[in-house]
Design a protein around this ligand. Structure first.
Ligand SMILES: [Zn+2]
Length: 296
């Protein structure tokens, strides 16, 4: 994955609160069994920690940046996105939202921007307070994506994924898939409390994977608002394989096998490795959000 070296990044779409202290103490990622269980419950790229029963019950005070936000100072151009993880996250957020803005406009609708909050350890959200252990998530209540970049180390070490820049992009694009669902009114279908292979919860997650694939299809052809040129200049087969590998690594069956030693499809909330890869691929090949009809 390569970015246009000279393109300006729009850091206004990202709020950097890394290193700020939030009441409720510090949490550690991957620190023992509790964290692993939280990961299994929160599961990866979920929607709002509240619904997952992970709200810590404290005030959920929203974190404020204590010092000048780092991304604003260091993430200026596509060249920064090629070399720094946090700047790459900014660039992907920009590219994903450029795509959806243009796609909504083609359909005569208006896409509302959503910011990504970069945090470390713990963060307060409209969906409750969350620790890094729940993994990246989207909170419909404040329409923001929450991301601790340490998750991408977890993806390699705890979940056995190959990682790579595009694995990060896939995760970000998946979360924005939930934001698209929120605007289209489909996100609410996860609220029936059911789990399992054919549950609405799984279907909504698979649709977000498919939307991530749709963005990837258009990533190198979507013009950047300022330059008129695509912000992403190259995506190759190895990138897509990194994305598919990440999608598989967070499949419910893989995670259950890894952490509980057996697979119980009736408790799935996000779909199997095969389902997640299949739907990302459907989106990537077709490039049409209408093809992401997992909720049929
Ligand atoms: Zn999700």
């Amino acid at each position: 994955m390569q970015f246009d070296d000279d393109a300006d990044l729009d850091t206004s779409e990202v709020r950097d609160v890394r290193g700020s202290r939030v009441p409720g103490g510090r949490a550690t990622v991957g620190g023992g069994i509790a964290a692993v269980i939280a990961l299994i419950l929160g599961l990866l790229f979920g929607v709002g920690p509240d619904e997952l029963g992970l709200s810590a019950g404290d005030s959920g005070t929203t974190a404020t940046a204590s010092s000048a936000a780092q991304v604003e100072q260091t993430c200026r151009t596509g060249r920064d996105a090629d070399t720094k993880d946090d700047c790459r996250a900014v660039a992907v957020v920009n590219s994903v939202q450029d795509y959806w803005e243009q796609e909504f406009a083609r359909r005569g609708a208006r896409y509302g921007n959503a910011r990504t909050v970069l945090f470390t350890d713990r963060v307060g959200t409209a969906c409750g307070s969350a620790t890094s252990a729940v993994g990246p998530f989207y909170c419909p209540g404040d329409r923001q994506v929450y991301l601790d970049l340490g998750f991408f180390d977890e993806l390699r070490t705890t979940f056995g994924a190959s990682g790579g820049p595009f694995a990060q992009a896939y995760v970000v694009a998946h979360e924005y898939g939930h934001h698209v669902q929120n605007q289209l009114g489909t996100l609410g279908r996860t609220q029936d409390g059911r789990t399992g292979e054919n549950s609405n919860a799984v279907k909504v997650e698979l649709q977000a994977d498919c939307y991530a694939g749709v963005w990837a299809h258009h990533a190198t052809t979507t013009p950047d608002e300022a330059t008129g040129r695509p912000l992403i200049t190259e995506l190759n087969g190895a990138d897509i394989r990194d994305g598919l590998d990440a999608a598989a690594a967070v499949g419910d069956d893989r995670i259950q096998e890894r952490f509980q030693g057996r697979v119980t499809p009736e408790s799935w909330t996000h779909g199997s490795a095969a389902q997640r890869q299949q739907w990302f691929t459907t989106g990537f090949r077709g490039g049409d959000p209408a093809g992401c009809d997992t909720l049929r």
